[in-house]
Design a protein. Structure first.
Length: 170
């Protein structure tokens, strides 16, 4: 199995403190995104499977699995929190100094990574959801409805392991 980048290139980028993607291509004709997700997640917290769909009925080109995040970002109201070590300290969220949108912009900038040619754009990134109430960061709205479940307004993960199924290239 060929893994890219080659070890000397990886070592050079690593020594320079540059974030990078290590990747390989595998034939997955005996795996589905769901079966791979079940095997890879195996009871781990903070995993996801995203499936692309076209027109609401036809499966799209990509399926993305993410596991082992090195960072979790969440917001509630005017507060943003970041956990930079969720594997060993899952409850260690630090309140960001900035409002949620500014904290999110900073996180996106911090998470930028150059992808090698030929890899899909979702081979690295931040994944999650922005709930309806995130619009309150940009617009004045009437008071929110009761929230008996207490979900955060947004939760985003930065996985360290991403598996991309490409139904066109596979």
């Amino acid at each position: 199995m060929l893994v890219e980048p080659a070890e000397p290139d990886f070592a050079r980028f690593h020594a320079a403190g540059k974030a990078q993607v290590c990747w390989t291509r595998l034939v997955a004709d005996l795996e589905t995104p769901v079966s791979a997700m079940l095997k890879l997640s195996a009871g781990r917290p903070n995993c996801f499977l995203l499936e692309s769909v076209e027109g609401g009925a036809v499966r799209g080109r990509y399926s993305i699995i993410g596991i082992e995040p090195d960072l979790i970002f969440r917001t509630a109201g005017a507060r943003a929190e970041i956990n930079r070590n969720p594997r060993s300290a899952p409850d260690d969220f630090q309140t960001a100094a900035e409002p949620p949108l500014e904290a999110l912009r900073a996180l996106i900038e911090e998470s930028r990574i150059d992808l090698p040619d030929g890899l899909p754009p979702m081979a690295a990134g931040i994944y999650g959801y922005l709930g309806y109430d995130m619009v309150r960061q940009m617009e004045e709205l009437p008071p929110p409805n009761p929230d008996p479940l207490g979900f955060p307004d947004a939760v985003l993960l930065r996985p360290t392991v991403i598996v991309v199924f490409d139904s066109v290239r596979d």
